[in-house]
Write a protein of this length. Structure first.
Length: 228
């Protein structure tokens, strides 16, 4: 469910994103929330299942996200509220893994909330090394009411990147059945990068090269945020 990436009038941040569905109707999504001029929210997730049921579930979830992010800037509160909504109207076997990040654009302070999702990565411009964030991903949303979700706060430095992705990237397979893996993502990223766009395009290109002619079996979604 591609969305237009937000822009910064004062050039404080840069965002790039791409989603490639494995079938005609995918279950991955990403979205953004901007609070006036000083705060940016980034939302990425993966709905269980495929086809029309997953697409309908995703569409309502994104609508909930857009509504509730305008009621509160606190990511913990937003995710707990959305989780309880999903539990209340839950469909059997349906759930979602997701990550919601709120960045203070002025200070570079980011809070990352994870619900059963893969860890985020912080690529440090100074060292060209990746930090793995929220590797204890907790449980997906839509399963337990009043659940708690892992939270991490991180101080970004100018030029650092935050990288968010779904398991269609780490679990992409080559013709021999070997997965791309989180370790391969980290190794690829640990380099000098000029822009978020460049990371998105070259990482996805590298995944396609790795997969060769193997069939894409899951949606691929990648969001990259640079604090400038």
């Amino acid at each position: 469910m591609p969305q237009t990436a937000p822009t910064s009038k004062e050039n404080r941040f840069e965002v790039a994103a791409k989603s490639i569905a494995a079938t005609a109707i995918g279950g991955d999504f990403y979205d953004f929330a901007q609070f006036e001029e000083d705060t940016l929210g980034v939302f990425i997730g993966d709905v269980s299942g495929k086809g029309i049921p997953a697409a309908l579930y995703m569409a309502r979830l994104v609508s909930d996200f857009r509504f509730h992010t305008q009621l509160s800037r606190e990511p913990e509160e937003t995710i707990k509220t959305i989780n309880n909504l999903l539990v209340e109207r839950g469909r059997r076997g349906m759930f979602v893994t997701l990550q919601y990040t709120v960045l203070d654009i002025v200070t570079g302070r980011a809070t990352i909330i994870t619900g059963g999702h893969l860890p985020a990565l912080c690529l440090r411009a100074k060292t060209q090394k990746c930090e793995i964030l929220n590797d204890d991903g907790g449980i997906p949303l839509g399963i337990l009411p009043d659940a708690a979700f892992p939270s991490t706060e991180i101080q970004m430095q100018h030029g650092d990147f935050l990288v968010f992705f779904t398991d269609g990237i780490t679990e992409a397979k080559n013709p021999a059945g070997k997965q791309y893996s989180l370790e391969r993502v980290v190794t690829f990223l640990e380099n000098q990068w000029d822009s978020a766009d460049k990371i998105v395009e070259e990482l996805i290109s590298n995944i396609h090269e790795f997969a060769a002619d193997a069939r894409q079996h899951d949606d691929i979604t990648l969001v990259v945020l640079k604090w400038r």
